[in-house]
Write a protein that binds this ligand. Structure first.
Ligand code: SF4
Length: 702
C-alpha cells in the first residue's frame, strides 16, 4: 500500500555499485522517478534500469506470507519452527553445522544484524555473501597492497583523469552512469580511453584504443607495463623510496616473462604497436585512472591481476592524487557496505580480522557476545560443498538466488535439495532458490525498506522507505531480530529501527581508531534519527578529524600497513589453459544492458525486455560455420553435466574460439537457461572468488 499523501522521497537505486541517488515523486496517484541532481554519484542522471524503478513497484510474484513446506503459516509458527531446528542442529552438531548465505542487496543495517547474529551469538563465522562472486579478489588485492580494503579514489577522478583504462569492465552496460560521466569528460577535454577486453563491448565504442587481449592474460599486460615503466625511467623513485615496499621483487618478477613489448604481445595475442601506445599513454600522463571490474575479479588469479594493476600505480605514484588511482568498481549496490560490517566469512565487523585475536576480543566485548566465533567460516563455494556433504545441516539464504548465480549451479541445487533445513527470506516467491525452501519468509524490498548502502567510491547514502511492505512482509533486520529472540538472544537484538542499528555499527567502527584500520565512521555515532532520515551522502572515513568524510585516500602517502608503506606484490602471471576439443569453445559470461542479476525485479518490466528480449550466445562467424550453426538458430552448450539453450547471435566482433552468454536468465523464465550451471567451481585460492569468464564448453546445434 502506497501512502495516501503526495510526497518526494530521496533514495538510492538498488541495482549496481554506482549507487545513484533517485528522487521518487508521488503526485495525483502517479509515481515517477528521476535522478537526484544533488546526489554526488550521478548528479541527476539515471540509466534505463534506474529510470524504470517505479515500474517495478507492483509485482504479482511478491511473497507476502511466511510458509513452511508450501503451507501458509503465521510469523510465530515460521520462526518457532526455524529456531527449534537451529537449536537442535547446533546442540547436536555444533555451531558450524549452520550457515547464512546473504547478499549485496541487503542494506548495511540488515548485514550488520546478520553478522552479529551468526558470528557473535550462533557461534560460527559461516556467513558468506554473493559479493564473494563479485568483489572478493579486489578485497584481497587491496589488503595486500594497502594493508586494508580501501578504494583510494572518487568519481571526480574520472573527470580529472587524462587517461582512463577500462580493464575487464563493460561499464557502458554494467555501470552506465560512471560510463556517461567519463564520455562527457572525453567530449569536453579529450580524455583518452583505453579498453582492455577480449570482447568488443559497448564500452569500446568510445575507446581511442581497444586491446582485445587473450582471455585471462591481464597480468601479462600489467607486468609488461611495470617492466616498461622501469626500463624507460618512468618510475617515481621518491614515492617508491618513501611510501612503498616490495619494489625490487615486483620488478624482478615483471622482467621474467614480460621484459619486452613483443613478449607481452605474444602472451596477450595483440599487436605490439597497440601495446606500446597503451604503455606510452599510461607512462606519459600523470593523471591515469585504471578501472577494473569482473573481468579481473572473476578469475582463478583475480587477486594477482588486481595487484598487477595496483603495482603500476604505486610504481609511478599515480595514487591519492586527483585523476590518478586504481579503481575497483563494485557490482552490487551494497557490496561495499557488506565488507564494512564483515559480510565475508573471513572478516570480522568494521574491517577487523579473525587473524588478529585482539580484534576478535574487541568485537566480542562490544557485542557482549554469548558465543563468539573465533575463526573464519566457509566461503561461498566451500559453504555449498559443506551443505552437499551434510556438514552444514541448516542454511538461511537471504535476498539472493544461488541456484542461478553460483558456479556449478546444478550442484548447488542438488545440495539444497538434500539439506535438512533450507530457509529463504526474499521478496519474491518464484525464484529458483525459493522453490527449494523448507521455510519461506517474506521480506521487504526497495521502496519499502530503509537503511544505508555504500557505493564504489566509499560513499554512504540512505536507501529510503516510502511504501509499506505488502501483506506480512518484514524488513530483513526485523526478521533476524525476531529469530534471535526465539533463540534466546533477545537483549542484544532489541532494536527499534534501522537508525539504532546504524548508530551501533558506527560506534563499533570507532574502536579501530588506534589501529591500522581505514573503516572508521565513529563521528556518525551521535547521528539523530532526523539526521539519519535525511542522511547526507558522505565518503568514509568519517571521524572527529574528518567530520565531512574524505574524498581521496593516501593523499599523504600513508597506508594502513604496520610501517605505513604500501606493498608492491611480485606477480607471476598465468592465463587459463584449455586443451579444446574440436567442438569446444571458451565461454565468457556477463551482464546485458537492461537486466539485473537473475531478473527477479527487472524481469517484470516489459520495456526492459525490448533491448535484449531473450538469452543468446554470441559466436564468431567462422566458429559458427565450422560447427554448422546458423544465425538465430537455437544452440546447445554442454559442460559439467549441464546444458544451456539459447539462440546463436553470429557476430564478427566476437573473438574466435570464444563465445559470450548473459548471466540473467533462469528456469523461472525459460528452460535450460541457467548459464552458470556450465561453469565449474574453480576459485582464486587467495580470495575464494570463482572464475566465471573462462570455461570450455561443447557447442552444437540443438
Ligand atoms: Fe545508477 Fe547503476 Fe542504478 Fe543505473 S543501475 S541508475 S548506473 S545505480
Amino acid at each position: 500500500s502506497i501512502i495516501a499523501t503526495d510526497f518526494i522521497a530521496n533514495t538510492t537505486c538498488p541495482y549496481c555499485g554506482v549507487g545513484c541517488g533517485v528522487s521518487v515523486n508521488k503526485k495525483d496517484n502517479q509515481i515517477t522517478v528521476k535522478g537526484n541532481a544533488d546526489h554526488p554519484a550521478n548528479l541527476g542522471r539515471l540509466c534505463v534500469k534506474g529510470s524504470s524503478l517505479h515500474e517495478t513497484l507492483v509485482n504479482d510474484n511478491r511473497l507476502v506470507t511466511p510458509k513452511i513446506h508450501g503451507e501458509e503459516v503465521s510469523w510465530d509458527q515460521a520462526l518457532t519452527f526455524t529456531s527449534d531446528k537451529f537449536k537442535k542442529i547446533i546442540n547436536k552438531h555444533g555451531s558450524d553445522a549452520v550457515a547464512f548465505y546473504v547478499s549485496g542487496q541487503l542494506l548495511t543495517e540488515d548485514y550488520y544484524v546478520a553478522n552479529k547474529l551468526m558470528k557473535g551469538f550462533l557461534g560460527s563465522a559461516n556467513i558468506d555473501t554473493n559479493s564473494r562472486l563479485c568483489m572478493s579478489s579486489a578485497v584481497v588485492a587491496h589488503k595486500r597492497a594497502f594493508g586494508n580494503d580501501v578504494v583510494p579514489g572518487c568519481y571526480e577522478d574520472f573527470e580529472e583523469a587524462e587517461v582512463i583504462v577500462f580493464v575487464g569492465s563493460n561499464a557502458a552496460y554494467a555501470h552506465p552512469i560512471i560510463f556517461q560521466r567519463i564520455v562527457k569528460a572525453q567530449k569536453q577535454k579529450g580524455t583518452k580511453i583505453v579498453v582492455i577486453d577480449p570482447r568488443r563491448t559497448a564500452t569500446c565504442e568510445v575507446a581511442d584504443l581497444h586491446l582485445p587481449i587473450a582471455s585471462g592474460s591481464d597480468a601479462y599486460f600489467f607486468n609488461g607495463l611495470l617492466a616498461y615503466l622501469y626500463q624507460n625511467d618512468y618510475i617515481d623513485e621518491v614515492f617508491i623510496q618513501n611510501h612503498c615496499d616490495g619494489f625490487d621483487d615486483a620488478i624482478s618478477a615483471a622482467m621474467v616473462e614480460t621484459a619486452n613489448i613483443e613478449d607481452v604481445a605474444l602472451a596477450c595475442k595483440v599487436n605490439a604497436k597497440d601495446i606500446q601506445t597503451a604503455f606510452e599513454w599510461f607512462a606519459q600522463n600523470p593523471k591515469v585512472v585504471t578501472i577494473f571490474s569482473q573481468g579481473i575479479n572473476q578469475s582463478a588469479t583475480g587477486t594477482d591481476k588486481g595487484n598487477a594493476i595496483i603495482n603500476c600505480h604505486l610504481a609511478t605514484g599515480k595514487i591519492g592524487k586527483p585523476g590518478a588511482t586504481p579503481f575497483s568498481i563494485t557490482g552490487q549496490p551494497n557490496a561495499m557496505g557488506g565488507r564494512e560490517v564483515g559480510g565475508l566469512a573471513n572478516q570480522l565487523a568494521a574491517h577487523m580480522d579473525f587473524a588478529n585475536q585482539s580484534d576478535v576480543q574487541y568485537v566480542s566485548d562490544f557485542w557482549q557476545a554469548q558465543n563468539m566465533a573465533s575463526k573464519q567460516g566457509l566461503k561461498a563455494i566451500d559453504m555449498f560443498n559443506a551443505v552437499n556433504d551434510g556438514k552444514i545441516k541448516a542454511i538461511w539464504i537471504m535476498a539472493t538466488n544461488p541456484v542461478v548465480s553460483m558456479p556449478n549451479a546444478d550442484f548447488v541445487k542438488q545440495a539444497l535439495q538434500k539439506c535438512e533445513l533450507v530457509v529463504v527470506s526474499d521478496c519474491m516467491s518464484n525464484t529458483d532458490t525459493a522453490k527449494l525452501a523448507d521455510v519461506l519468509l517474506p521480506a521487504s524490498t526497495w521502496s519499502e525498506k530503509q537503511g544505508t548502502v555504500t557505493n564504489s567510491e566509499r560513499r554512504i547514502s540512505l536507501q529510503k522507505g516510502f511504501i509499506e511492505p505488502p501483506g506480512q512482509a518484514k524488513h530483513d533486520w526485523e526478521i533476524m531480530c525476531d529469530f534471535a529472540k526465539k533463540m534466546g538472544f533477545g537483549e542484544a537484538f532489541d532494536y527499534k529501527d534501522s537508525h539504532e542499528i546504524f548508530v551501533e555499527h558506527a560506534k563499533l567502527s570507532g574502536i579501530n581508531s588506534s589501529k591500522n584500520n581505514a573503516f572508521d565512521i565513529s563521528n556518525l555515532e551521535t547521528i539523530s534519527k532526523e539526521e539519519y532520515l535525511n542522511f547526507k551522502p558522505i565518503q568514509w572515513p568519517v571521524t572527529k578529524q574528518l567530520p565531512n568524510g574524505q574524498k581521496r585516500m593516501f593523499c599523504d602517502g600513508k597506508f594502513f600497513t604496520d610501517n605505513g608503506k604500501a606493498k608492491m606484490i611480485a606477480i607471476k602471471p598465468a592465463s587459463p589453459i584449455h586443451h579444446l576439443k574440436k567442438d569446444q569453445l571458451i565461454l565468457n559470461t556477463g551482464r546485458i544492458r537492461d537486466q539485473w542479476h537473475t531478473m527477479t525485479r527487472t524481469g517484470s518490466v516489459n520495456r526492459l525486455h525490448s533491448h535484449t528480449p531473450e538469452p543468446f550466445v554470441q559466436i564468431h562467424p567462422s566458429d559458427a560455420q565450422r560447427l554448422n550453426i546458423q544465425d538465430q538458430q537455437i544452440i546447445q552448450l554442454d559442460n559439467n553435466s549441464a546444458r544451456f539453450l539459447a539462440k546463436a547471435a553470429i557476430d564478427e566482433e566476437q573473438q574466435m574460439s570464444m563465445i559470450f552468454a548473459p548471466i540473467h536468465w533462469s528456469d523461472a523464465f525459460a528452460s535450460a537457461a541457467r548459464v552458470d550451471s556450465l561453469v565449474p567451481a574453480i576459485v582464486d585460492q587467495l580470495s575464494g572468488q570463482p572464475q566465471f569468464k573462462s570455461t570450455a564448453v561443447t557447442v552444437s546445434p540443438f
